[in-house]
Ligand binder design. Sequence first.
Ligand code: FE2
Ligand code: FE2
Length: 274
Amino acid sequence: MNTEQIMAFANGLAGYADTPSDSAIYNSGDGIKRVLAGIDVGVGELLAAKQLGYDLVLAHHPLGIPGGWHFYKEHERHLLEAGVPADAAREAVSARFLEFELRDHVANHDHVGSYARLIGMPLMNIHAVADELGRRVLQAKIDDALAAGSDATVGDVCDAVSAIPEIANSPTDVVVRVGDRTNKAGRVKMAHGCYTNGGYEVAQAYWRNGVRTVCYIHVMGDALKKLMAEPNPGNLIITGHISSDEIGMNILVDALRHQGLEVDAVSGLRMRGN
Ligand SMILES: [Fe+2]
Ligand SMILES: [Fe+2]
């Protein structure tokens, strides 16, 4: 396979017609048989891959794609699906656009990619596809817990998510950051697969529109402080960043193996069975 075929194949797994803005090929390659996959990849991993005879380095996190953050708008689709009014959904999502634009002006957009081309190592990242595949697994686990009874608690949701192998074997725990394990869960949304967590505004929009429990894979301190100060807070569950990213990446890697590729995992990605 070549890098373009791998990207198209991945897009198909999540049902995306086009490559999401947070995923890219930084150095194309063909005849790919051996892949080194990781959550985060830097220049060191490229050199190691070259020495060890890999044909492609596959990262999860984007490596300086200008405008990659536009996939954050995917939160709006999920908010609308959950019944949040269109104006409120648009407002909640646009709240972080300036922050992302400012970050774009800070970032080095061709750091790792330039080294990949210099040493002749094919390099790509697949972000949204893996996170969407992971989101489906997480939401399905949550929905199973909710189906067990209308009295399902926040703790039941945490336990259900914690049973997923990648999270069960993670060094981090699933944590309730706002609310309490004994609270009734109500409607629950796994808000993931949209470039990054929805910060203060997306969780607030869910809470205010009938989704009483929001799950993120991570949250930053400033957003959390504001959510904790909300007058009528719902619940916020944090599932853990790298272990939650692993869920989708493992599905992707399994699918690539079924295509005949040999894939080894490093950098936060612990393959099932490794
Ligand atoms: Fe991530
Ligand atoms: Fe991710």
